[in-house]
Design a protein around this ligand. Sequence first.
Ligand code: CP
Length: 526
Amino acid sequence: MKRNGRFKGRSIGVVGDLSIDEQRYLYRKARELKAELAAGGNAEDFRIADPDYSAYMIFLENSTRTRESFRNAALFHRVRATMFDAATSSFAKNESLTDAIKMLVGYAPESCFVIRTKLEGVCAWLADYLGPWAERSGYARPSFINAGDGKHEHPTQEFLDEFSFLEQLGWDDGRIHLALLGDLYHGRTVHSKADGLRIFKEVVVDLVAPPELALPAAYIEKMKRNGFEVRTWNSIDEYLASGRTASIWYFTRLQLERMGESVLEKAPALRKAVTFRKDMLDKLRDDTQFYHPLPRDRLAPVIPTFLDDTPLNAWDAQSANGYYTRAVEMAMVAGVLGDDFEGTGLATAKPDEDFIVEAPISVRSKPEYKVGIKPVDSGLVIDHIASGAPVEEIWNRIDKIRRVLGLNLRSSHGVYHTNSGAFKGIVSVPDLLSFGEKELKRLGAVSPGCTLNLVQDHEVVKKYRLGMPPRIYNFDDIACRNENCISHPAHQEHVEASFVRKPGTNTFVCKWCEKEHDYSEIWRVL
Ligand code: CP
């Protein structure tokens, strides 16, 4: 069968790797596949059916559902399926993941990799690095599907969850009201909801968790930015007392293996706050359904087993839906599906905005130096450093500029009054006249809003006003602070740190793991 659908060679590292219309397409196709198989059809139009197509399942952390649903999906597709785990593969021999996967790409003309690891951002990195490498080397661009990366995301679980919610709501995507309960701090399936729920036109999210397990602020902000109404409670008891509960309750297990000592000590009390009890049953709405990404904790499940054979149990059907949604995801990235897609795809990246603006030189072309700083005859003057900030912050900024730019030269600096009476910093470096775009980018990233004056023969000949650069990369001394990020030097994957600025803010997001950093946090020298 011809395989050149619009998703061919795409990767799914995060939910946002499919546009909202593309996610809706996935759900439509999964619904069609499920109906056809239920009716006894052979679903040939959905199959890759190519013995040369390789599907590698690389599970470096434990998994049952995700791994088995993908393995069965690969069997459905009649492709080569190879399983790896941490115990039996050479990943245990200090081999880098990047090296190992590069080698596997060479074993088949076309491949798809389903990867679970604690390293966050791994699929984004592999797609970015190995995609172009494969094409240069004569292979089809491989696809990378994130089967759960640390605390970051679990997009294929998110897709099966949303599919299950749509099924409960009769495929109506107008409005959803759901509660997220349990370990919202560590639960990556909960984190993915900040994006995945966007397929609904109106979203109300109730967060039910004690403060120690609360959803991280960045995800709450993301939900609000996406137009969701977000409400919070500390326990199920408090939530039920509100009298305004959701029909969809999405529980998650307490991820004790990811908790620090201080939280672990409180685990029994925390679990109690989010564990359902028999006496709560008559306080539920009649249309309530319980969901759980599974596995439940065998000893202390937040959804106790007395609920298994009640109409509240939607988690078994949810789990089974993983087979259909994952079979469709594989069909999409293999190019089997996609010809009948209608809607909006992913937005293409915007070109870099200007962050270095040449400023007019004032009539009084010599920079006005203040008491205690000698005018430079020729050289650089960095002015308006942290203008208007408290004096201590201005001194800190001057110090950071010196460290990040390596200004260990004959020079002077100080804190001075601005014309409006506030304070600003100035660094003056005589004789230094070479200051390229790379240095300008560094200066903008460390001290946005400052100006750089080039002085020659007592005259300012060029003046630049620096904003925050839209991207920061290609520097040896930047690093993501997330120790689980694929780019963190401790993992020896040799992934270059790279940051993208969140539009309209001074926050830089790691290109790989999406951890947010204040602009001053990305420098290793500080
Ligand atoms: N829900 C989920 O990811 O389960 P597994 O860990 O068994 O894959």
